[in-house]
Design a protein around this ligand. Structure first.
Ligand SMILES: Cc1ncc(COP(=O)(O)O)c(C=O)c1O
Length: 393
């Protein structure tokens, strides 16, 4: 079934989509349609070449730590560019879980400010990490999700003079709903609390400016809309905040001079790298930089404009096919990731894959998450396959 393009929407993006499709082997070979960017982006020629660059260096030189560590610095720089921060404000981890744990480890929950306000829209790992702080004196207060959406008002009751930090994802992993982080950060700050944002589901899909959002921390991995791979994540820490925190999840890369080799001296890097810990994920940094260069090169604002067209196509096309949308039907309040309620989401994901569509099952929904390279036809084919899988279930 072919859905009409929404009125006043461009029918093509403001960049060369066809060339990009040729650079994504899984599409170019005519094999599969990747609609799973909320879970894992497809490989491109440049991300593959980046991985090979590391393998070649390792093979050729045996070891080149100067080059490898400088590549990690370049990946931090690329991430900083994406979020309008300075490279010195970025720390590197192997997962968002690790980054969140490092942030939690820097906070003291023994005094009167022991509250952590956590949204129910957090990816479970983030909720788990805050719950684990209860044994350190933290008291968790939940901000409620209602019908797949969460408004700043959900935080009002929780945030007060007892609040140490507010943990709010930018995009809801289940259905792409985008929270008003700026309003939530302002509320947190007006009560002297910090704001931690998990932007894993929005970076590369929505323009993010940490200065404008006013966040204290912002974390993301690289394998979703950032076109990278598992095993690397980045954390932005606002300069003044970093300078007064001492994470107990730490290591030699968090020192003022990691090469000082002073085993009895715990000094702190003057920048966000005090949140770094051990040897960074070097090979992943090569791939991560290459992936983020794609996004920075095209421009996330242009990508977002096309995403809104794709999201509208998925919302309207889902309705026409009798599918049940999860969350808002307003494409401007969500990422391109669009979720439909289904029984047996994993069974449906498998059926769709057998028909050439890679979708992403999560709990009771199937998520369709196209990206900058996707066409309206991809969306229609994915919806047809989903509707067929639901009918035959
Ligand atoms: C919003 C969000 N946060 C965190 C995670 C998990 O991150 P990690 O496995 O890097 O800890 C995911 C994974 O899907 C996610 O979607």
């Amino acid at each position: 079934m072919k859905s009409p393009v929404p009125p006043n929407s461009p029918s093509t993006p403001d960049y060369d989509l066809e060339t990009w499709r040729k650079r994504i082997p899984i599409i170019a070979s005519g094999g599969l349609i990747p609609m799973n960017n909320c879970s894992q982006a497809p490989q491109t020629d440049v991300t593959r070449a980046a991985a090979e660059r590391y393998l070649d260096s390792w093979n050729r030189d045996g070891m080149d730590w100067d080059e490898w560590i400088s590549e990690v610095g370049l990946a931090k720089r690329e991430f900083a560019t994406l979020i309008n921060a300075a490279p010195e404000d970025i720390a590197v981890f192997s997962s968002v879980s690790e980054a969140t744990s490092a942030v939690a480890s820097a906070l003291n929950f023994n005094g009167p400010r022991n509250r952590v306000v956590v949204s129910e829209a957090e990816f479970p790992t983030v909720g788990h990490i805050w719950l684990a702080q209860e044994s350190r004196g933290a008291s968790i207060v939940w901000a409620r999700v209602t019908e797949g959406e969460i408004e700043p008002v959900a935080y009002l009751e929780g945030i007060d003079e007892r609040t140490a930090i507010v943990s709010a994802c930018h995009g809801y992993y289940l259905n792409g709903y985008v929270q008003d982080i700026e309003a939530i950060a302002a509320r947190a700050h007006s009560h002297g609390a910090l704001l931690f944002a998990d932007a894993y589901q929005t970076l590369g899909a929505i323009p993010v400016d940490v200065q404008a959002l006013g966040v204290d921390f912002l974390a993301s991995g690289n394998l979703k809309f950032l076109m990278g791979i598992p095993g690397i994540a980045f954390l932005y820490v606002k300069r003044e905040v970093a300078q007064r925190l001492h994470p107990t999840v730490t290591g030699w890369f968090g020192r003022a001079d990691p090469l000082a080799f002073e085993v009895k001296q715990l000094d702190w890097s003057a920048t966000a790298s005090r949140f770094d810990s051990g040897t960074p994920p070097v090979m992943n940094a090569y791939v991560a930089r290459a992936g983020m260069e794609i996004l920075n090169g095209i421009g996330v604002t242009k990508i977002r404009a096309w995403h809104e067209v794709l999201a509208q196509q998925l919302i309207d096309g889902g309705r026409e096919r009798g599918l049940t949308l999860h969350g808002t039907n307003d494409a401007t309040r969500k990422t391109v990731s669009t979720a439909f309620a289904v029984d047996d989401s994993h069974g449906i994901e498998n059926k769709m894959r057998a028909r050439g569509i890679i979708a992403s099952a999560r709990g009771a929904v199937i998520r369709l998450a196209p990206h900058f390279y996707s066409t309206l036809e991809d969306c229609d084919r994915a919806l047809d396959s989903l509707a067929e899988a639901v009918r035959s279930a």
